[in-house]
Design a protein around this ligand. Structure first.
Ligand SMILES: C[S@@+](CC[C@H](N)C(=O)[O-])C[C@H]1O[C@@H](n2cnc3c(N)ncnc32)[C@H](O)[C@@H]1O
Length: 194
């Protein structure tokens, strides 16, 4: 196994371990790694819904959906996908959403299967830029109307996080991250099909 594969496996293991936490842990924020933050996920969901103009009947895919910390506040025809089978299981148990296990860079959906696609708080866990580019192409491929990639990190307290520049998202509409905008070290990228 190459070093790159080892790194990817390590994050996958971490997210798989998180999903094994005691079932009395009903806090979706903890499953999805937000336990040490003060994020107001309901407000984040509101902001995302506004940016993508998400309507109740919209078919929306969330890539890297975890156990559903964000999903619980999205009011739409929702489908999630995540590479952690344990978080997928929790998501289905807790929210009863339609959720699959799979990789962001290899989505098992036909072109333009969804009106809108969200990938929130996920890019920092990608193995490298090549993987991130593949994932971005996949998000755009399966979307019909718009894509929002949220909390893309420019700096981080953890050296293991993959970092990006706004220039990596040429042609996208860039704005400050939602959950901790005062730090300005994360950004969102939105692509709307005209
Ligand atoms: C911080 S959590 C965010 C969960 C959800 N988006 C939310 O905001 O509530 C990051 C999630 O991304 C998933 N993830 C990371 N890399 C992934 C990949 N390459 N493919 C699919 N899921 C991935 C993890 O398993 C984890 O559930």
């Amino acid at each position: 196994m190459s070093n790159q594969e080892t790194t990817l496996e390590t994050w996958k293991q971490i997210w798989t371990r998180k999903g094994l936490a005691d079932s009395s842990v009903t806090d979706l924020l903890a499953y999805d790694g937000y336990e040490a933050t003060k994020v107001d996920m309901e407000e984040v969901a509101r902001q995302i819904a506004k940016r993508l103009d998400i309507q109740k009947n919209d078919k929306v895919l969330e890539v890297g959906c975890g156990a559903g910390a964000l999903a619980q506040y999205l009011d739409c025809d929702y489908v999630g996908i995540d590479y952690s089978p344990t978080l997928v299981r929790k998501h289905i148990e807790i929210l009863h959403n339609s959720v699959l296990t799979g990789e962001a860079a290899d989505l098992p959906f036909k072109d333009k299967s969804f009106d809108k696609v969200i990938c929130y708080g996920v890019y920092l866990y990608f193995d490298n830029k090549e993987y991130a580019d593949k994932a971005t192409k996949e998000l755009l491929r399966v979307a019909k109307k718009g894509v929002l990639i949220g909390e893309i990190p420019m700096r981080s307290h953890r050296t293991e996080h993959l970092l990006f520049n706004k220039e990596d998202f040429q042609g996208w509409d860039i704005s400050d991250g939602f959950y901790d905008p005062y730090r300005k070290d994360r950004f969102n990228a939105v692509y709307l099909f005209s």
